[in-house]
Design a binder for this molecule. Structure first.
Ligand code: SF4
Length: 69
């Protein structure tokens, strides 16, 4: 599954990391990024992480996390 993050939409609510801490992290300003990959906006999500990423995407209040199965 592919995942895209759109930091321009992120409102730094902190929710996605609490749901999928192995995938999402934040800049010093609290904006979403992929763990260990600052500057990257697309990532392949391994199968064992897909459910949490989908949950984070659905619950993100600003629709800053997209996914494509
Ligand atoms: S849930 Fe959405 S708005 Fe909140 S920190 Fe994550 S990407 Fe940003």
């Amino acid at each position: 599954m592919k995942c895209e993050i759109i930091p321009e939409r992120c409102i730094a609510c902190g929710l996605c990391q609490t749901i999928a801490s192995e995938i999402f992290d934040y800049t010093d300003d609290g904006l979403v990024l992929f763990v260990g990959e600052p500057g990257v906006t697309h990532e392949f999500i391994p199968k064992d992480q897909q459910a949490t990423v989908i949950e984070a995407a659905k619950r993100c209040p600003s629709h800053a996390i997209l996914y494509q199965k």
